[in-house]
Design a protein around this ligand. Sequence first.
Ligand code: ADP
Length: 244
Amino acid sequence: DEVGLDYLEIRDLTVQFDGFTAVDAVDLTLIQGRVHFLIGPNGAGKTTLVDAVTGLVPATGQARYRNQNLLAMRSHRIVRAGIGRTFQTATVFEQLSVLQNLDIAGGVHRSPFALLRARRGVPSYVADALETVGLADLRDKPAGVLAHGQKQWLEIGMLLVQDAKVMLLDEPVAGMSAEEREETGALLQRIGKERTIVVIEHDMDFVRSFADVVTVLHAGKVLTEGTVAEIQASPEVQEIYLGR
Ligand code: ADP
């Protein structure tokens, strides 16, 4: 029993597009303190599952978090309930500084005048996020000049200032150097202790290094779930990846 831990419980989650079932009766329990990876071939339904949980596509079933069914909520309410996500392409405000990006993200829970206040000093939750994602030295640079990896870290920092307890990250290390991947993995493990982290990922080396739990989706369904070793030993997983 996981008493005291936060968790997101997905039950019978189904998403249909014009009669095509992209996510098919998925059950998934995502528990705080673990880095969960969601893997599976292209078209398996990984992004659609995350879209459903964050209110971007309609879905049936349940996604229960702290006694609320996220599937019945609008996306801005879902963000306020503590669910945050990133997209494959970083969505930072390129002309604004790193600090301003974080301050705007913090505005989700705080006053709309946060940007004005930021000129008078950096709130501690923003300073903490800058430190955690390793961008303190770049705080006054326009986000547009950041390297690809740094933009992904800024997005994760934006989720931290939003106070996201559940973070759904869509291929955060795609396009990163080996060194940036290592740093990202270490960052996820650090922030994952107090949060529920779910990562969609294709890079199996990254999954092997940093996964606590792996769920394999295939054709909209959960094919199997377990540790990396369990997943790799699964004949069904070998079959879908090797195409035999
Ligand atoms: P993955 O993230 O695992 O690669 P997706 O969730 O992107 O898979 O897609 C799952 C399936 O749903 C795919 O067959 C895709 O073509 C389909 N799909 C995704 N979004 C839409 C949409 N808006 N309309 C119709 N079909 C979609």
